[in-house]
Design a protein around this ligand. Structure first.
Ligand SMILES: Cc1ncc(COP(=O)(O)O)c(C=O)c1O
Length: 429
């Protein structure tokens, strides 16, 4: 390993300020970053450049499905890079075909297109919908208020949050937002130009709100009735995070009449590559054939290297039964957090989510929260967790998201809970 991953140059050693200075001078400042410079990790732990150890409950925003520095990922990268890293999509190669087959087998007959990111996976579905409706002049896609679908121009037009659109107007036409979990409102919003509906099973960036089984079943019925496509954005909530491959499968478990529910398209990315950038969309048969040769492409979509890594991750997820682990750890975390909400109601309002996609909604106006009052409560709380050695992700102004690795251990779940409780107890006074 040593010769493959050489040590970083001295400037990134033990000095957060030097790393920050590199960013301030050279990196576009489009991200609000925390004052942490990370250096390396192992499993569910990461270390910053000063040597401080953190338990990672953020998972790189639902990406590091196997944690950090997993030997299976390293081996897959090395093994495949000795054969082929990239060849372009002008040619066939086995890893892409095998990964597409694995995804089809996990969902239902259909076809897969590979991209590099979640936004790009969604773009592909938007194009597929427009192609489907083109001859009839139907092009409009309905998405939910508070949704998040990526930062490209179509992504921000699709996203149901004003903050991502501000300053980038005019928006790309063809998107309208409808209330989440309000079937009657969606039905009323459908126009003769509407061709598709896209929703998240669990709104991640929007603050951890889950679609109800009735909403999902109702959308399917509405789409069938009006010949519209139903898309699920599974970029964040997918890939076994909820205990099933896709969040809708978990949401609809035990719902009578839901066995046959299937969307027409699903976007994915994040955990699929465990940190290696790869995204994909699956389109149900026969819609998977709508985008013929020359209609859609991506230079880096589905490289041999990316697909080999994704195939290896899938193998580990299966062998180590990580879907079951996500379910069990999620239940344990959620129940424990609910107990904390009861114990410290002045700090924690409630806990939402399922599997390893959990949101902790803070109480309104926690007066004891220290720090810059121009920052949201979520950011201030996350700062306290950081200081105590736990990485988590803010979602909206008042929710903390937990999106740890799918192979999180019981002892790590307990370690994280202890830190959250210590911070909550201190704030509760
Ligand atoms: C639901 C959802 N869709 C799309 C995206 C965009 O993915 P990416 O950042 O890989 O483009 C995200 C990213 O957070 C997401 O959560």
């Amino acid at each position: 390993m040593k010769e493959i991953v050489p040590s970083p140059p001295p400037i990134v050693r033990n000095d957060v300020a030097s790393v920050q200075a590199l960013f301030q001078k050279n990196v576009v400042p489009s991200y609000g970053r925390f004052d942490i410079a990370l250096s390396h990790g192992s499993g569910s732990h990461v270390f910053d450049v000063t040597g401080k150890r953190y338990l990672d409950f953020g998972g790189g925003i639902a990406v590091t499905s196997l944690g950090h520095a997993h030997p299976a990922i390293t081996e897959a990268l090395i093994e495949q890079s000795r054969k082929l890293v990239h060849i372009s999509n002008l040619y066939y190669h086995e890893p892409q075909g095998r990964l597409a087959e694995a995804i089809v087998n996990l969902i239902a007959p259909g076809k897969v297109f590979f991209s590099n990111s979640g936004a790009e996976a969604n773009e592909g579905l938007f194009k597929l919908a427009r192609k489907f409706g083109h001859e009839e002049g139907r092009y409009e896609i309905l998405t939910a208020i508070n949704s998040f679908h990526g930062r490209t121009l179509a992504g921000i037009a699709a996203t149901g949050q004003d903050k991502v659109k501000k300053g980038f107007e005019p928006m790309m036409p063809g998107f309208r937002h409808v209330p989440y979990n309000d079937l009657a409102a969606v039905r009323a919003a459908v126009s003769p130009a509407t061709i598709a509906i896209m929703i998240e099973g669990i709104q991640g960036e929007g603050g951890l709100t889950m679609a109800s089984p009735e909403f999902l079943l109702g959308l399917r019925k509405l789409c069938d009735e009006k010949r519209m496509l139903l898309f699920m954005d599974g970029v964040q909530d997918g890939y076994f995070r909820t205990g099933r491959f896709q969040a809708f499968q978990r949401i609809l478990e035990n719902t009578p009449g839901a066995e046959k529910f299937l969307p027409d398209g699903i976007s994915m990315a994040k955990s699929l590559g465990g940190g290696f950038p790869i995204g994909a969309f699956w389109a149900r048969a026969p819609y998977g054939d709508l985008l013929g040769p020359g209609t859609h492409a991506s230079t880096f979509g589905g490289t041999p290297l990316g697909c080999a890594v994704a195939l290896k991750i899938l193998e580990v997820v299966r062998e180590e039964k990580l879907a079951d682990n996500a379910r069990a750890m999620g239940e344990f975390l959620k129940a424990s957090l609910q107990a904390l909400a009861k114990k410290y109601p002045q700090v924690i309002h409630e806990t939402r989510g399922v599997g390893l996609m959990i949101g902790i909604e803070l109480a309104a106006n926690i007066s004891s929260l220290p720090g810059d009052t121009t920052k949201t409560q979520a950011v201030l709380f996350v700062n306290l967790l950081h200081a105590a050695g736990l990485l988590t992700i803010p979602a909206g102004a008042n929710v903390i998201r937990l999106l740890p690795a799918l192979n999180l251990r019981q002892s790590e779940a307990e370690e994280g809970l202890k830190i959250i409780e210590a911070v909550a107890a201190k704030l509760a006074g």
